[in-house]
Ligand binder design. Structure first.
Ligand SMILES: NC(=O)c1ccc[n+]([C@@H]2O[C@H](COP(=O)([O-])OP(=O)(O)OC[C@H]3O[C@@H](n4cnc5c(N)ncnc54)[C@H](OP(=O)(O)O)[C@@H]3O)[C@@H](O)[C@H]2O)c1
Length: 285
């Protein structure tokens, strides 16, 4: 038996598994593409031959895959292994997804927490890491000793299971406003002959390193993926737009942002940096 299982070894799942190993826990991992486990196996993690075997290996199961469609598919295949397990879902989803998932997990004999990560994979295990959690408090207290090693700011939001997702939407929403504003500012610079490096320097002086870095991506024309590819942002804003519609909030802004991100997906920029959205806006009339 391991202390904890991690399912999904993309950028974020790998960071979670690495931090758990660094904290001295025994860790079992599983990923659809097993080759991604190699660097973790080198640190002592055990690669399970199947998702079902990975679930069997630990009482605490952490899941972190692209979206709920993928997560639910995996869970559906391992449902018989779930009784008695505690599932922490770090896959980004809406509060509605979290509520449905908690009901499903309970119906299959598992305890359930919803998790949301507001920072980048490189923040995991460091002082700047911030993880939101929701679900039954007694369940949170059980998982807390292990989860605490992932983030010094382990932010338990309360029992209603949708709270972690709701807070994640609150945190990330301002980025979408920032992206669209920044990319429009770049276009103003270009239309008026203001050198982009001057804008980028100003952003640095204003203490906006992320914005400066996005601007430098555009300046250099290099949009290679780092750790948060455009498709994750596209999925996030789709969920926010859907949530706005379901909650009868005016959805005009999230829908606009979601449409633009969808165009970028259709243009083939899914695995590029979020700054690649600029290439779509540039082509707009
Ligand atoms: N990266 C960030 O900065 C960040 C920040 C906060 C939250 N998050 C959230 O963390 C979650 C994971 O993000 P990530 O950065 O790790 O993404 P990623 O690097 O793109 O990795 C995606 C993971 O999902 C797996 N996956 C996708 N579809 C699958 C399917 N149908 N069946 C089985 N496995 C599937 C992939 O397996 P393969 O390796 O086989 O493709 C991979 O393990 C997302 O919900 C994201 O929103 C990420």
């Amino acid at each position: 038996m391991s202390d904890v299982t991690v399912i999904g070894l993309g950028n974020m799942g790998s960071a979670l598994a690495r931090a758990l190993r660094a904290n001295g826990h025994t860790v079992t991992v599983w990923n659809r593409s097993p080759e991604k486990a190699a660097s973790l196996v080198a640190t002592g993690a055990v690669l399970a031959p199947s998702a079902a075997a990975a679930i069997t290996a630990s009482w605490l199961i952490i899941m972190c895959v692209t979206n709920y469609v993928a997560a639910n598919r995996i869970l559906g295949e391992v449902a018989t292994e779930l009784p008695g397990k505690l599932l922490v879902q770090f896959t980004t989803g809406s509060p509605q997804d979290a509520r449905a998932s908690e009901t499903w997990a309970h119906a299959h004999g598992a305890e359930y927490l919803e998790g949301a990560i507001t920072g980048s994979p490189s923040s995991i295990g460091t002082a700047s890491a911030h993880i939101l959690l929701s679900g039954r408090e007694a369940v949170f207290r059980k998982a807390e000793p292990i989860l605490r090693g992932l983030a010094s700011q382990l932010d338990y939001k309360g029992e209603p299971i949708g709270l972690a997702s709701a807070w994640e939407m609150v945190f990330i929403m301002h980025y979408y406003g920032m992206f669209l504003s920044l990319l429009h500012s770049v276009q103003i610079c270009q239309a008026e002959g203001i050198p982009l490096e001057e804008y980028s320097t100003l952003l640095g002086e204003q203490g906006k390193p992320y914005e400066k870095w996005l601007c430098e991506n555009i300046q250099s024309g290099h949009y290679q993926e780092t750790s948060a590819p455009l498709e994750l942002w596209a999925g996030g804003i789709q969920q926010i737009a859907q949530h706005a519609q379901d909650s009868h909030i005016d959805a005009e802004f999230p829908r606009l942002a979601a449409r633009l991100f969808q165009k970028a997906m259709e243009a083939g920029y899914a695995r590029e940096e979020v700054s690649a959205l600029f290439k779509v806006l540039q082509k707009s009339d």
